[in-house]
Design a protein around this ligand. Structure first.
Ligand code: 13P
Ligand code: SF4
Length: 349
């Protein structure tokens, strides 16, 4: 396991073992039994005895180091329920980052999320447990690409998904997330809006928007894999099942779904409607995290993993807190323009 760019894995592990009691432990499992009650439907007891020593060590260090853990909905349940202080979708985590009182933010999510926290809190220390946790959307576009699109569509505003680097945010007029994309696009002046970098999200928004949308053809490596045939097969194999999908899925997949929304929108839909059977057409850990809470709902689970999100582990979080690495920094020149794009989005509600 990688710890961070500067410390070889074995050296980091040896240092953690020398400082914390990390062997699987029934006593640690007992000390965290309240947390285990939340995840017992999705994590076997034997695995919890492995996770519990890390959870105890992380909780202690969080308090000692004045740190808060922001956990995206795609984190595995032992992170999401075990150590996360605030959980949510990209928008909720960005808003939470503006409100936390702690001096250090440990971002349990991918790099663009940590950058967003830093952009909104330049005076705070933002740590990411594995800086290789990227995103296929964020890496699909550069600030130079934005400049070219502006030249191709003079006068059109650029709305960039938060799944972008700080440089791309800085080159954009405003950001959006999957929960507010339609509202943000429709709020822009002019007939034409440039949307980057998710081509499927842009097409899904275009179906409902009053604007002409031109877009960059990036895609999420998780959501682009789903097909309408697969969705129809879920229905055929599971009569009465509800199908809810993330708007990063292709439009023909969204057309087959009963509901589409951000990761938190999807969670709230299941909480509200409590279907007998549901499939969440998105990353694997979402179902695990909600299934822990909703015993009466049966989740059909196509397991499509985001390899970037899955780089974040309890061991990596402990190392981040212990070593104070890896710190996420944003170039000074990008901070103000990138913050303006994110804050404009937040201001629109
Ligand atoms: P949400 O904003 O819906 O959480 O989406 C983030 C993401 O990366 C989904 O793949
Ligand atoms: Fe990026 Fe897709 Fe992973 Fe979300 S699931 S972080 S969009 S690669």
């Amino acid at each position: 396991m990688y710890m961070n760019a500067n410390t070889p894995r074995d050296a980091a592990r040896a240092e953690l073992a020398a400082n914390y009691d990390l062997a699987p432990s029934l006593a640690a499992a007992k000390a965290t039994s309240e947390l285990y009650a939340r995840v017992s439907r999705v994590i076997p007891e034997v695995d919890w005895a492995r996770h519990a020593p890390y959870i105890l060590a992380i909780q202690k260090l969080k308090a000692e180091k004045d740190a808060v853990i922001l956990a995206h909905n795609y984190m595995t349940p032992e992170i999401f329920h075990g150590v996360g202080d605030v959980s949510g979708d990209s928008l909720q985590l960005a808003i939470a980052a503006t409100k936390v009182s702690q001096q250090t933010i440990v971002q349990c999510g991918v790099h663009f999320m940590a950058e967003t926290s830093k952009i909104l809190n330049p005076a705070k220390t933002v740590l990411i447990p594995d800086s290789r946790a990227g995103c296929s959307l964020a890496s699909s576009i550069t600030a130079a690409d934005i400049a070219k699109m502006r030249a191709d569509y003079p006068g059109a505003e650029v709305v960039s998904y938060v799944n972008t680097t700080a440089a791309v945010k800085a080159a954009s007029d405003i950001c959006c997330t999957s929960s507010n994309a339609l509202r943000i696009v429709d709020s822009r002046p002019g007939d034409t809006v440039i949307m980057t970098p998710d081509g499927y999200l842009a097409q899904n928004v275009a179906r409902e928007s009053k604007k002409r949308i031109v877009y960059w053809e990036g895609a999420c490596i998780v959501h682009e894999q789903f097909t309408p045939e697969e969705i129809r097969a879920f229905r055929e194999d599971n009569p009465g099942i509800k199908i809810i999908a993330h708007p990063e899925c292709p439009p023909d997949v969204i057309a087959e779904a009963d509901f589409s929304g951000s990761t938190n929108g999807m969670i709230n839909w299941v909480r509200k409607h409590r279907p007998e059977k549901v499939v969440m057409v998105t990353e694997c850990s979402m179902s695990d995290n909600v299934a822990s809470e909703l015993a009466e709902v049966e989740f059909v689970r196509p397991c499509t993993i985001c390899p970037h999100m899955k780089r974040i582990s309890l061991e990596g979080i402990l190392w981040a807190l212990h070593s104070g690495t890896e710190e996420v920094l944003v170039e000074d020149a990008l901070l103000d323009p990138a913050r303006r794009a994110v804050e404009r989005m937040i201001a629109l509600g």
